[in-house]
Design a protein around this ligand. Structure first.
Ligand code: APR
Ligand code: ZN
Ligand code: ZN
Length: 360
């Protein structure tokens, strides 16, 4: 039996349950988790902002060791250290093959709709965001498994699977930050902090961190922020004051609310670029005037999993970890057990800390 944190229904509390995992079938891999980060998207599944079939074992930012593999699996063998890819692309569609942009694959969430395990009463369970990392062990499709390059500590490596791939990709592939540019980052959870570190790697000159919670300042500066602002009605004006009256070259939004998307957009210069990483609800509507579009000639982009191919990007990130340019430890502000995930959600809601890491 395997201990797991299960979401029974939207708005129900997580329950710690023993689950029964099958042996991996053809094309599947069984993994013993070492660690799993608590991401806002897990909280968004519990409150209905994001939806998938339930009951589901949540958790999608995981690292662990392969226990066994099913028939036909070739990329990993038992004993391999791996991280989990929560958006396993199909490898065969227009986006995967023709465009070589697997983050846009419409099948990336297909595995969430197929039961993968049972609870003690025999009830079918679905894998949260395909990988179900809030459990001692999991069984996932081979394409959800990425071999961990050498030299990266296994526990902290979990963060590569969501916050860091997303944050790094947002900076390097979506916003394409250039050396010397100014970057404003709105929302400083695990994702925003990874964006700060990535902006530093890109050689951004001014990195302005913005959060509603003043408690984030120290963490933000440790991750490369040159300035810190408490979010307010005057954030856009405050950013202009720090950028010679112009506004930032780039804004990265890491909250997922209309209000913060608007703030990020308003903080950029004429011709500035805003990338939205945060995942907001259907009811969040952002507005701007048609005239404003002409006047400022800004761009606004969505961003999925950092708009990058996790398999291609992981070796790049691992090299930054080895050289110290990426400091995964600086993102982790709590090491917790499975039973503490609801507390970690509470800390998130109150804007405290960086990433909480469930350690198994
Ligand atoms: N203005 C500025 N910052 C805000 C505001 C606001 N109005 N509201 C919340 N924040 C801050 C919080 O204080 C917190 O520091 O945004 C941060 C969000 O951090 P987390 O909750 O830890 O979220 P994280 O896991 O980093 O994910 C960020 O990216 O992948 C998506 O679904 C994810 O939408 C979420 C976003
Ligand atoms: Zn995530
Ligand atoms: Zn595809």
């Amino acid at each position: 039996m395997t201990r797991a944190a299960v979401l029974e229904a939207v708005n129900a509390p997580l329950t710690l349950t023993e689950i029964e995992l099958p042996e991996p079938g053809p094309g599947q891999v069984r993994i013993k988790l070492a660690a799993a980060g608590v991401c806002h998207s897990d909280l968004s599944l519990t409150n209905g902002t994001l939806r998938q079939p339930v009951p589901a074992v949540l958790g999608h930012e995981g690292a662990g060791v392969v226990v066994s593999v099913g028939e036909g699996v070739t990329t990993v063998a038992p004993g391999a250290e791996v991280i989990l890819n929560w958006a396993p692309s199909c490898g065969g569609c227009h986006f995967c093959v023709r465009l070589n942009e697997p983050w846009l694959c419409p099948h990336a969430n297909d595995a969430t709709t197929v039961p993968y395990a049972r609870d003690a009463t025999g009830r079918a369970l679905y894998p949260g965001l395909s990988v179900a990392a809030f459990a001692e062990e999991t069984v996932v499709p081979e394409r959800a498994v990425l071999p961990l390059p050498a030299g990266v500590p296994l526990l902290d490596a979990a963060l590569l699977g969501c916050a860091v791939l997303t944050g790094y990709g947002a900076v390097h592939h979506s916003a394409r930050v250039q050396a010397g540019e100014s970057v404003v980052v709105v929302g400083l959870g695990g994702v925003g902090l990874a964006v700060l570190q990535s902006a530093r790697i890109a050689g951004a000159e001014r990195v302005i961190a913005v959060d509603v919670s003043p408690r984030k300042e120290e963490l933000a500066r440790a991750c490369g922020a040159t300035d810190f602002l408490v979010a307010s009605e005057s954030t856009a004006k405050d950013v202009r004051a720090l950028t010679a009256g112009l506004g930032a070259d780039v804004a990265v939004e890491c909250v997922g609310r209309a209000e913060t998307i608007r703030t990020a957009w308003g903080a950029t210069r004429r011709g500035g670029r805003t990338t939205v990483v945060g995942i907001g609800g259907r009811e969040e509507k952002v507005s701007f005037s048609a005239l404003e579009l002409f006047h400022f000639a800004r761009t606004l982009s969505g961003c999925v999993y950092g708009n990058c191919d996790p398999a291609r990007e992981l070796p790049v990130l691992a090299e930054y970890v080895r050289t110290g340019a990426l400091d995964l430890g600086a993102l982790v502000t709590g090491r917790i057990g499975l039973a503490d995930i609801p507390d970690a959600f509470g800390e998130m809601v109150h804007g405290r800390g960086g990433r909480a890491l469930v350690v198994f």
